[in-house]
Every structure is written in C-alpha cells, then in structure tokens.
Design a protein around this ligand. Structure first.
Ligand SMILES: N[C@@H](CCC(=O)N[C@@H](CS)C(=O)NCC(=O)O)C(=O)O
Length: 224
C-alpha cells in the first residue's frame, strides 16, 4: 500500500491521477495546507521541503523497508518504475516523456504558481505580474507547438508527462490565458480532462476541500 501525503492542489492532483490511471492501491493522508499542516515535524521527516505531495511505499519492489519520496516529478518516476506503466522502456520515448516532466516541474509549475501568488497579493507588484504572466504565456506557446506535432506531450502515447502538466495547464482562466491562442493545448486538455482517472482525481479533491479548483468544462465548438 502507498500512503499519499496530499492536498487538493495541482501537484497533489498529479499523483492521484497516476495512481488512479494505473489502479495502484493507495491511502490518502491529508496535509491541510490551509491549516499549515505541511509544517508538522512528522511530515517534515518524509518531505524535507515542507510541500506536498510525498509518498511512502510500504511494499517497495526491493527490500522490506518502506520507501519515501517527495517532489511530484520524482514520485511520478518512482511510481512508473514500480508499476512499469505510463513511461516507455524505450530509451528515446522514455526521455521524450521525461524531458516534459522536468519542463513542467521546473517551468510551467513555478511560473504559473508565482503568477497566481502575485495576482492574489494585496501588494500589486506590476513588474512581477507582467514577468510571470509573459513567462506563463510563453510556456503555453511551447506546449502548443509541441501538441501541434504530437498527440500527447511525451509523444504518441499518454504518459507521466501529461499527468505532470495537466493540473498546471487546465486552470488557464486563473492565469488569464486565452484558450483561443492555444488550440492544440485545448484539444489536449479536453482529451486528458475526460479520462476517468482525471475526473476521479478532481472528485477526490472536492471530498477533501470544497474550495478545490476544478478544471474548466470542455468548451463547445461552434461549427459552420
Ligand atoms: N516542486 C514541488 C512543488 C510542490 C509544491 O509547490 N507544493 C505546494 C502545493 S501545490 C505546497 O505544498 N505548498 C505549501 C507551502 O508552500 O507551504 C513538486 O513538484 O512536488
């Protein structure tokens, strides 16, 4: 069994999406960020960066000592290695996917996260808002160009790259990104958003936090 130390935010959704996609048994251990529970010493022992998500695998592939992992990208990679699912064993395909996982954890997540933080702040730092808004828009363009060429971020197959990016790309309204400018991202958001595991991840979030941000419904295309 895997304990998932979780809250109802984009980095938390990723791991529920993966576990649901692969039918991996897990137990949620809520870490309510609104109550500062990420500062608890017990959590710090598992997650030295004081941020969710983190996991403890009580049945690791080798050995009997439970394995704990923090950082969502590392967790996705760990789970993919454990289950052999959603990350190709082929070297090129594997790194096609992994480079987009790293792109998300080092780029889209931090930039979009900072943008929302500055937008919500009572101190209106216009330079910071402009900087993070431009960078988030640039990253959406990067994703759009990629998804013009391939079905999924990692290539032809759905992978941990899509799971990493979806929860950060879906709330484009929060970032004031115009979906009309990113039609290939929108096509991909609609496809990933309709997967049963994705729908389940956002249902789980609502069970723990009625204020959890939900992804936008697919927009109706006007034909003719
Ligand atoms: N790079 C980390 C980022 C994790 C992160 O930012 N988690 C947020 C929620 S999405 C958090 O725990 N924030 C609490 C805090 O900053 O105190 C990852 O990908 O796991």
């Amino acid at each position: 069994m895997i304990d998932l130390h979780y809250w109802t935010t984009p980095n938390g959704h990723k791991i529920v999406m993966y576990l649901e996609e692969t039918g991996t048994p897990y137990k949620i251990v809520p870490v309510d960020l609104t109550k500062g529970e990420q500062q608890q010493p017990d959590f710090l022992r598992i997650a030295p960066n004081n941020k969710i998500p983190a996991i403890v695998d009580h049945e690791p592939k080798s050995g009997t000592t439970p394995v704990s992992v923090f950082e969502s990208g590392a967790i996705l990679l760990y789970l993919a290695e454990k289950t052999g699912k959603l990350l190709s064993p082929d070297l090129q395909a594997r790194f096609d996917a992994l480079q987009w996982v790293f792109w998300q954890v080092g780029g889209l997540g931090p930039m979009a996260g900072q943008l929302v933080n500055y937008k919500r702040s009572e101190f209106k730092n216009e330079h910071a808002i402009e900087r993070f808004s431009n960078e988030t828009g640039r990253l959406y363009s990067v994703m759009n160009r990629r998804l013009e060429k391939t079905e999924y971020l990692g290539g032809a197959e759905f992978s941990i790259a899509d799971i990493a990016a979806y929860p950060w790309a879906a709330p484009y309204n929060l970032f004031e990104m115009d979906p009309d400018q990113f039609p290939h991202v929108e096509r991909w958001l609609d496809a990933v958003g309709q997967r049963p595991a994705t729908l389940k991840a956002y249902t789980v979030a609502k069970q723990y936090n009625s204020n959890a941000v939900q992804p936008p419904a697919p927009r109706k295309k006007v034909s003719g």
